[in-house]
Ligand binder design. Structure first.
Ligand code: ATP
Length: 341
């Protein structure tokens, strides 16, 4: 495997700056996930690494070698796309063997068999090798598509939302397997998604991207606990973080310069009224089984938090809101550290 370095890379399509001055270093064996909404520049970043696009500015390095203008074939990467992109007329075996049979690689047939069988084991599709590619479930097809990347031993795997066309159950299953496989192979992976759960569970490090700009890079925990700004804070966490104008909560010990208080569910406890200053009203309770989503109203603002289903709460009830270690943001949306207690 290898390390990959993007240095101040920009790419423009007409008036659209798809990727803007993006720098990112991916270490050997790292699983880096770019998380961002549609149109953020995720696919373009992958295509720049793959050599399918050429940057207008900046450089791409693999293992220290400048490949910015090198053709895709010379970069030693394997790409997994969102769509299965299998050869429908071929068996699973031949689909998996295909990348190894290319004249570029010239792998001897016994070695191909070995690699294909190993990969099929890894992906739990060994029993399906003789099936036609079309005679598979969606999850199995996507395993084959991932397998076609895994049979090779490239410098880096590039994955573009490879699980997004699957249903929730399969997605959860393949997510776990992908992480297991990556750890087993020590693979270097750059993976892009708009799904925060994939980012949190798969990544060694997450990069949050928006409008072509990389806003913050860090471990999932760093990004969640120490977001650099309001946008990053709102990308992770379910229910989403609540934002409350500081003017509506003058008793909260916010540091100077605070404009908005960011309140995640774990920062907000609901209690019976007992002399506290923040009094809200329960607006609605959604019962989700193991947890309740409680919609609260506080001085004209709506907030959502989680509550234990056994906590006796009623719609319309007045409750005390207790804040513990919320996040603070300035007028530009940048994070401000909390004042020491
Ligand atoms: P999605 O999750 O929808 O795939 P993305 O984050 O992968 O989005 P990109 O596909 O990288 O986003 O697109 C970034 C921006 O660049 C978008 O505004 C898109 O319309 C534009 N763009 C991408 N490719 C081209 C192209 N070949 N020609 C013109 N504009 C493009």
């Amino acid at each position: 495997m290898a390390d990959v370095n993007l240095r101040q890379v920009s790419k423009r399509f007409g008036m659209t700056e798809a990727v803007s001055d993006l720098s990112l270093a991916i270490d050997d064996g790292e699983f880096v996930v770019l998380l961002g909404p549609s149109g953020a520049g995720k696919t373009t970043t992958l295509r720049l690494v793959a050599g399918l696009e050429r940057p207008d500015a900046g450089a791409v390095l693999i293992d220290g070698r400048d490949v910015t203008v090198a053709p895709p074939g010379s970069r030693d990467m394997a790409f997994v796309f969102q769509q299965y992109s299998l050869y429908p007329h071929l068996s699973v075996y031949d689909n998996l063997a295909f990348p190894l049979r290319s004249p570029v690689h010239r792998v001897p047939e016994p070695q191909i068999r070995k690699r294909v069988e190993q990969t099929a084991e890894l992906l739990h599709i060994a029993g399906k090798l003789n099936n036609r590619a079309t005679r598979l479930s969606g999850g199995e097809m996507q395993r084959v598509a991932i397998g076609r990347a895994l049979v090779r031993d490239p410098a880096i795997y590039l994955m573009d939302e490879p699980l997004s066309s699957l249903d929730a159950k399969l997605r959860a299953e393949l997510r776990l397997e992908l992480k297991r496989i990556q750890l087993e192979l020590g693979a270097t992976i750059l993976y892009v998604t708009h799904d925060q759960v994939e980012a949190m569970t798969l990544a060694s490090r997450v990069g949050v991207i928006r409008d072509g700009r990389l806003l913050q890079v860090g471990t999932p925990r760093e990004i969640y606990e120490n977001p650099a700004d309001r946008y990053v804070a709102s990308r992770l966490g379910t229910p989403q973080i609540n934002f409350l104008p500081v003017a509506l909560a003058p008793d909260v010990p916010a540091p100077p310069g605070t404009e908005t208080i960011g309140i995640r569910t774990e920062h907000l406890q609901i209690a019976s009224r007992n002399g506290g200053a923040l009094i809200g009203r329960v607006h609605r309770i959604e019962h989700l089984g193991e947890q309740n989503h409680v919609h609260l109203e506080y001085r004209g603002q709506t907030m959502i938090t989680l509550a234990d289903p056994h906590q006796p709460l009623q719609a319309g009830e007045e409750v005390e809101l207790r804040l513990r270690h919320p996040l603070y943001f300035d007028a530009a949306g940048r994070r401000i550290p909390a004042s020491p207690e």
